[in-house]
Write a protein that binds this ligand. Sequence first.
Ligand SMILES: [Zn+2]
Length: 262
Amino acid sequence: MLMTDSHCHFDFAAFESDRAQHWQRAQAVGVHRLVIPGIEEAQWPALPRLCADHQGLYYALGLHPWWLAKASTDWQATLGEALSTADERCVAVGEFGLDRSLTLAPEVQEAALIAQLKLAMEYQLPVILHSQGTHDRMLKWLRRYPVKGGVVHGFSGSRQQAETFWKLGLHIGVGGTITYPRANKTRQAIAALPVDALVLETDAPDMPLCGFQGQPNHPAQLPRVLTALAELRQQDEDVLATQLEKNVNQLFGWSFVKGERQ
Ligand SMILES: [Zn+2]
């Protein structure tokens, strides 16, 4: 059974000392691909090198709203340049988006969101979106800038919001949230969505699963997310895993990548 971690911050310091071991552990439990989202300028040049060192690692380039305040004034040009010279392991623009918990003005966040939606359209790449308490505003901008698909990562929200994202061509990233019984609204949304809308993620080292609070999350936890999803949807785990691989292939256009196993 093969799985893809569609969102893992594998370049973070938490993995620095034992990254190769973590990747081996993840591969041993069936995680054969992992996507590292971009978060800030300083990290963009390092991602292609990191992914070239490990089979199965892919990356995205983008500016996360939490890092927006300290970005340089010409980050958009730098990002455009990085995208124009990116290798075939670059599978998306992201992670970018909106976050209600930030003190940064909504207009500033929205300007960065629009700039990156435009880049995704220019480079014909899907997007990896961060949306915390901002789904309705996010939907408004997605209607105005119709990107070539993408994913709302670490989705937490209502069934109606999830369905609206899916109608606009955005997949829904399913992570540790569904392992918490108190996340009732999100669990119901994920249970009710068409199965082709879903992709798996850990968001490691963040988003620890229920029962693992206080410990750093890691990509070898992905099968536990799959098990929780299969229970929630009352589906056979193997059948579900096969479907989720098809979904993530479609999301990141992997059927078109030379030499990629299907
Ligand atoms: Zn993230």
